[in-house]
Structure formats: structure tokens, C-alpha cells
Write a protein that binds this ligand. Structure first.
Ligand SMILES: [Fe+2]
Length: 331
């Protein structure tokens, strides 16, 4: 029986979706505080033995790190309005994807009133919410501030063994549109990235896959999380702070070919990367950009910095190991 519901049969939710929060499970809370607060410059909202919560703007929480023995990452997607939320839940139900609703303590941890949770591609927990808890006091961040608002918290990049299924998932459930593609050869591996937007910002999700034999060199659920800051000086200052604190820089400052982000990639205590960037481009331009294939992820820079031979071998080993496992897709 074909249970697929084409997105055309339900109203489009395009423009009503943005990355709202990221929930990290980690055993390294103290390192995460040094990284996210002292390095990246976010403001601490809660810091106990079991929870570290950080602010970037008016939202009570944007990044939450929960003490757990195993590293994991869940993504919280902010949906504009109950109608769009109902549409997404309807699409998941039509595909027999189980969804659980939460309020109370679990919602408070994430800084939202309530949320709906399901398991997405790669067995990643994806959570939906409409109403974030907001604070009256501005977030005491370092520097001139993070760019969020209509752009949401930032973007994520996810590596996959099944790029076609993953692209289809974001298209069918969230009406994601493809902005463009990038092909590049990184650490000796040929990669293709598909950049998808769920609103005018150039992308909220980037999907990375090897070309030829399908391999996944990253064991973490996301390859990187990106946030934007208000000025180029903020990027430079955070780069210097991360280095001074001894955090590894996977890729030094450079500029991307497609969204023109000027950014660097630091290695988080959980192993995935954190991209901090600044862009002169507005969201209107992203809508108009042609759907082309860029050759190379960067116009300049983004050179591997603290990426040792050991790191390269570990990624190669992860890639080879991924040949022997199947990747979960929800439908
Ligand atoms: Fe990125």
C-alpha cells in the first residue's frame, strides 16, 4: 500500500520552519561551558551538574547540554503557528512515524512550552515546537551579538549514507527547497553537499554525502552546527578566544562559495564541529540565487588547522566502518 502523501495535498509550510534549539547529550559539561560560553560567547542560563543551558538572544534557551554517558544531538525546530504544526504532524501520521508530545519538565529543559518528538533520518531525534519561552532581560553574550530572528538559531550539516532519502524527507515533511549544491574533495574523499532552505535564509540544513561508494566519516548525528554573529570582528574575536582556550580548530577562517559566510570551524567537546560565521548577504538574495553546483566549499581559506593525521585516520576508519551498517530512514 502506498501511504505517501504528496506535499501538494496539504498546505505548504515553507517559510514557517526554522532551527530553534539544539539539545546535546554529553559527558563533558564543564568543557562545553568553556567552549560555548567562554569561547563562542553565548550567555549561561543554567549551569548545574546535570544541565548546561545557553542563550544567544531573547529565547530562554538556544543550546542545551544535558549530562549523559553517550554523546548525542537532537534538533528543535520552531514552527510558526498551529496550522503549520498540524500539517507537519498530519504528514508524519500519514507515513506512520510515531510522534510523542511533551510538556512540563522536559519542555522547561528546552525552554519551550511544549514539544512534539519523533525519530528522523539517521535515528536523530527531531523535535517540533511553536512557543519558545522568552526572557525580558537581554542575553549577556560576548561581542555585539548573534544574528537570529527570522533566520532562526542557525544551520546544521548532516552526513548521510542515503542522501536521496534524506533530501526527500526534508522535502516531504518540511517543504524544504534546494538552494544549491557544492562538490569538493576533502581529506581525499569526494563529497557532494545539498543545501536546503525551509525559509528565505540560504540554508537551514546541509546534507553531505560521498560520491561513488556511500560512506559516512562522521559518527555524530550532525557534522556541524552553525551560528552567525553580527560583525566580522565578532568572528575574529571568537576565533582567538577558542584558540587561547585550547580548543581545536578544524578549519581556520575562510569564506564559503554559496552563502558567502565568513567563518571558522572549531571542534566541540562532543566531537562535531561548530561553525561561527558572519555574512553580508541578506535573506532576500538567497531566494534569488540560482540553483547551481559550486566547485569547492570555499572561495578562500577554511584550511585544515588542528586536523592531525590521527584525526584524518579516525574519519577514514569511521567511513570504512559505515560500509558495514545500514542507516535508518523513517519512511
Ligand atoms: Fe555550514
Amino acid at each position: 500500500m502506498n501511504t505517501t502523501v504528496s506535499p501538494e495535498k496539504t498546505p505548504s509550510v515553507y517559510g514557517q520552519v526554522q532551527l530553534g534549539y539544539v539539545l546535546v547529550d554529553s559527558s563533558r559539561l564543564a568543557d562545553w561551558k568553556r567552549f560555548a560560553a567562554d569561547g563562542i560567547g553565548m550567555a549561561v542560563a543554567e549551569n548545574t551538574a546535570s544541565v548546561l543551558a545557553l542563550r544567544a538572544d531573547a529565547h530562554a534557551r538556544r543550546l542545551i547540554v544535558r549530562s549523559r554517558p553517550n554523546e548525542d544531538v537532537a534538533l528543535g525546530w520552531q514552527i510558526e503557528g498551529d496550522a503549520a504544526l498540524s500539517t507537519i504532524l498530519e504528514r508524519l501520521a500519514a507515513r506512520k512515524v510515531p510522534v510523542e508530545e511533551f510538556a512540563g519538565e522536559q519542555a522547561a529543559l528546552r525552554g519551550v512550552e511544549r514539544f512534539w518528538r519523533f525519530v528522523g533520518p539517521k535515528k536523530q531525534a527531531l523535535e517540533l515546537f511553536t512557543t519558545p519561552r522568552l526572557e525580558g532581560e537581554p542575553a549577556k553574550v560576548i561581542g555585539s551579538g548573534f544574528v537570529t530572528g527570522a533566520r532562526g538559531l542557525g544551520h546544521v550539516a548532516i552526513t548521510t549514507l542515503k542522501p536521496d532519502a534524506m533530501v526527500k524527507f526534508w522535502q516531504e515533511i518540511f517543504d524544504a527547497r534546494i538552494s544549491d549544491f557544492i562538490e569538493d574533495r576533502i581529506s581525499g574523499i569526494n563529497l557532494k553537499f545539498t543545501f536546503m532552505r525551509v525559509k528565505p535564509r540560504h540554508h537551514s540544513i546541509a546534507i553531505g554525502a560521498t560520491r561513488g561508494v556511500a560512506m559516512d566519516p562522521f559518527v555524530s548525528k550532525i557534522q556541524h552546527l552553525e551560528m552567525q554573529v553580527a560583525t566580522l570582528d565578532d568572528v575574529a574575536a571568537a576565533y582567538r578566544r577558542c584558540r587561547a582556550l585550547g580548543f581545536k580548530i578544524a578549519m581556520a577562517v575562510g569564506q564559503h562559495t554559496n552563502d558567502r559566510d565568513v567563518s571558522f570551524y572549531a571542534v566541540t567537546p562532543s566531537g562535531f564541529y561548530f561553525e561561527l560565521g558572519w555574512s553580508s548577504k541578506g535573506d532576500e538574495e538567497a531566494e534569488a540565487w540560482p540553483q547551481v553546483v559550486h566547485q569547492g566549499i570555499s572561495l578562500w581559506g577554511h584550511k585544515p588547522q588542528d586536523h592531525t593525521l590521527g584525526d584524518q585516520l579516525a574519519q577514514l576508519r569511521n567511513g570504512v566502518m559505515s560500509l558495514f551498517r545500514d542507516e535508518y530512514t523513517p519512511f
